[in-house]
Design a binder for this molecule. Structure first.
Ligand SMILES: [Zn+2]
Length: 177
């Protein structure tokens, strides 16, 4: 299966609680499309800054080099992707605003070194946690996420299944496992 990387798509459907005036504002679940491009700005920055510095110091460790697919950082289980990269959630009619709702904690999986911070109750988290990947193949630090793997987008009251759409930007990198 095709390996996932930065700027690949995550698509799915969330339910989010909105206030619907009828006549008193009532919390109501309303379906929202979930659309994001994979990417973690802090990883990109670390790659942009860290690699030239290490190369200059001649201290590059082959185990620490970022693994790329078609020139983009590969996507490992544990990556968190924000939908602000593509289609941020916005209240949809007939709702007029978000209904505050406690958010379930994200699982600590894959390359996450620390538990992700809790999501604010006031609005949707607007993110997806890549929590599924190849059980057999690691790219760099962790399991590689592949085309068709599911992930956990920010639906309420429990996270929902969205899907990774990996699009080759060159020779496809196939993960055989
Ligand atoms: Zn959502």
């Amino acid at each position: 299966m095709i390996g996932g990387k930065d700027d690949d798509l995550v698509v799915g459907l969330c339910m989010h609680m909105e206030l619907v005036p009828m006549p008193a504002p009532t919390p109501t679940p309303i379906p929202h499309p979930f659309l994001a491009t994979i990417g973690d700005p802090s990883r990109k920055a670390a790659k942009a800054v860290g690699q030239p510095m290490k190369a200059a110091a001649d201290a590059e460790d082959i185990d620490e080099r970022p693994v790329t697919i078609n020139g983009a950082l590969c996507t490992n289980v544990g990556t968190i992707t924000k939908n602000s990269s593509a289609l941020p959630h916005m209240p949809l009619p007939p709702g007029t605003g978000w209904a505050p709702m406690p958010k379930p904690p994200k699982a600590m999986v894959g390359i996450l070194a620390t538990p992700p911070p809790p999501d604010l109750p006031v609005c949707p988290a607007g993110d997806a946690l890549m929590d599924k990947g190849s059980g057999a193949v690691n790219f760099g630090d962790g399991e590689i996420v592949r085309l068709g793997d599911t992930c956990a987008s920010c639906s309420e009251p429990a996270r929902q299944v969205s899907t990774v759409i990996a699009i080759p930007l060159g020779p496809p990198v196939l993960v055989l496992g």
